[in-house]
Design a protein around this ligand. Structure first.
Ligand SMILES: Cc1cc2nc3c(=O)[nH]c(=O)nc-3n(C[C@H](O)[C@H](O)[C@H](O)COP(=O)(O)OP(=O)(O)OC[C@H]3O[C@@H](n4cnc5c(N)ncnc54)[C@H](O)[C@@H]3O)c2cc1C
Length: 374
């Protein structure tokens, strides 16, 4: 089908920057470009009608790393990289809040990490010191009494740490707010459209969208776990993660966000009769390196058993919703923000932390693209 003169005028003519992917990173990059260059013409394309990767399918945690996750990272990476990443997650959330304010159901409920023994508690002073020196945040983690766990229906655990700095939010409201902001700045959003191919020269890049071809200054790839489909040379591995919403017959006692086993399992309150539980990727790790959204039954069973045994011990529940999302992982936990060629840029590999990192990554990507192409 041919595009009309009007369609071409709005979507396809005199475009400066084409962003692929309308998750948190694509939208944040678009917004940051327009904040710096308000007259730029920015087009975001996404191959699906609803953004379909992780940004609208995650668990809605605003978190920076649990104690056991940080300790595990310290065993594999330098102190500087671990706490710089913590700081970047914190800064990213601050930036997201400055953009979306109160409209994303942000609940500063705090977060617990729960344990079956007290081994990790000895590391609290060390980790708190490091967090303070990198971020200025005081006493991030503190210990929790067994009675606090009991009050929340978690008496099968024997130890826990608490941080007041974690929160949960509504992922779809977050994306909706970012979409509104981008469009209000005259950004253009085209859903159901993907990039087929491109070729670039010294002055511009021609981008083939299937139905039409656009000439722009740059193409910016923000498709995280799907990055290899457009840029096969990037070290990004797609990995699935699944989530349940469970509806309880009686009121449950959860009050906040919770992490278990280095962040592999997470759960939280939605309302007095619904909880969310997700993760469990470590139960079948090799099998989960996938871009398809199918559900792994082994992991589903693990999460349901975990919920029944440890969270909703004497509470009857049924499955209300169950879905999967796709993460972008790699050999290191750092994000890829780079020029792949003079006119093609990538902002991918959020490492399962893109809610926290996405707004900051968008800002850094915009700076890189504008510096290289203006
Ligand atoms: C279950 C789950 C729990 C999570 N928990 C947390 C958490 O607690 N804290 C946290 O910070 N993060 C968490 N994350 C990770 C976070 O959601 C992601 O890191 C983040 O959403 C990635 O955003 P993105 O914009 O880079 O990619 P995505 O949100 O995946 O967006 C990519 C977009 O690109 C589109 N696309 C793909 N291929 C193409 C193509 N060829 N052409 C056009 N468009 C294309 C897709 O449709 C999609 O809309 C979780 C993720 C999941 C799935």
């Amino acid at each position: 089908m041919q595009h009309s003169f009007w369609e071409k005028e709005i979507y396809f003519r005199q475009i400066d920057y084409v962003i692929v992917g309308s998750g948190i990173v694509g939208l944040s990059t678009g917004i940051s470009i327009l904040e710096k260059e308000p007259k730029a013409n920015v087009l975001i394309v996404d191959k699906e009608s609803i953004p379909t990767g992780a940004s609208t399918r995650n668990a809605g945690f605003a978190c920076f790393g649990s104690l056991s996750e940080l300790m595990d990272d310290l065993n594999q990476h330098s102190e500087e990289s671990v706490f710089t990443l913590f700081k970047r997650r914190f800064q990213g959330i601050q930036k997201l809040l400055s953009r979306c304010g109160n409209s994303i159901n942000y609940h500063s409920c705090g977060g617990y990490e729960i344990f079956h023994n007290s081994d990790y508690l000895q590391y609290i002073p060390l980790v708190n010191d490091k967090i303070f020196s990198y971020t200025g945040i005081k006493d991030h983690f503190s210990t929790v009494s067994p009675s606090t766990l009991e009050e929340q229906g978690l008496s099968s655990f024997s130890a826990a740490v608490f941080t007041p700095n974690e929160a949960y939010l509504h992922p779809m409201l977050m994306i909706q707010e970012l979409q509104k902001r981008f469009v209000s700045m005259n950004g253009k959003l085209l859903m159901g459209c993907s990039v087929h191919s491109w070729n670039e020269n010294d002055s511009h890049i021609n981008i083939n969208l299937g139905t039409t071809e656009i000439t722009a200054k740059a193409l910016i790839v923000c498709i995280n776990g799907f990055a290899k489909q457009l840029l096969p040379e990037l070290e990004v591995h797609a990995a699935r993660n699944q989530v349940f919403v469970l509806e309880t017959e009686q009121q449950h006692k959860l009050q906040a966000c919770y992490h278990y086993n280095k962040g592999y399992v997470y759960f939280r309150k939605i309302d007095s009769k619904h909880i969310l539980i997700g993760g469990g990727r470590d139960q079948d790790i090799e099998q989960e390196y996938q871009t398809n959204f199918e559900i792994n039954p082994k992991i589903s069973q693990y999460l349901l058993t975990f919920a029944q045994t440890n969270i909703l011990t004497n509470i009857t529940f049924k499955i209300k919703d169950h879905w999967g999302g796709i993460l972008g992982l790699g050999p290191s936990k750092s994000t890829i923000i780079k020029a792949c060629s003079p006119r093609v840029f990538a902002a991918v590999r959020m490492g399962g932390m893109g809610v926290a990192l996405g707004s900051l990554v968008g800002e850094e990507t915009a700076e890189l693209v504008l510096e290289k192409t203006s």
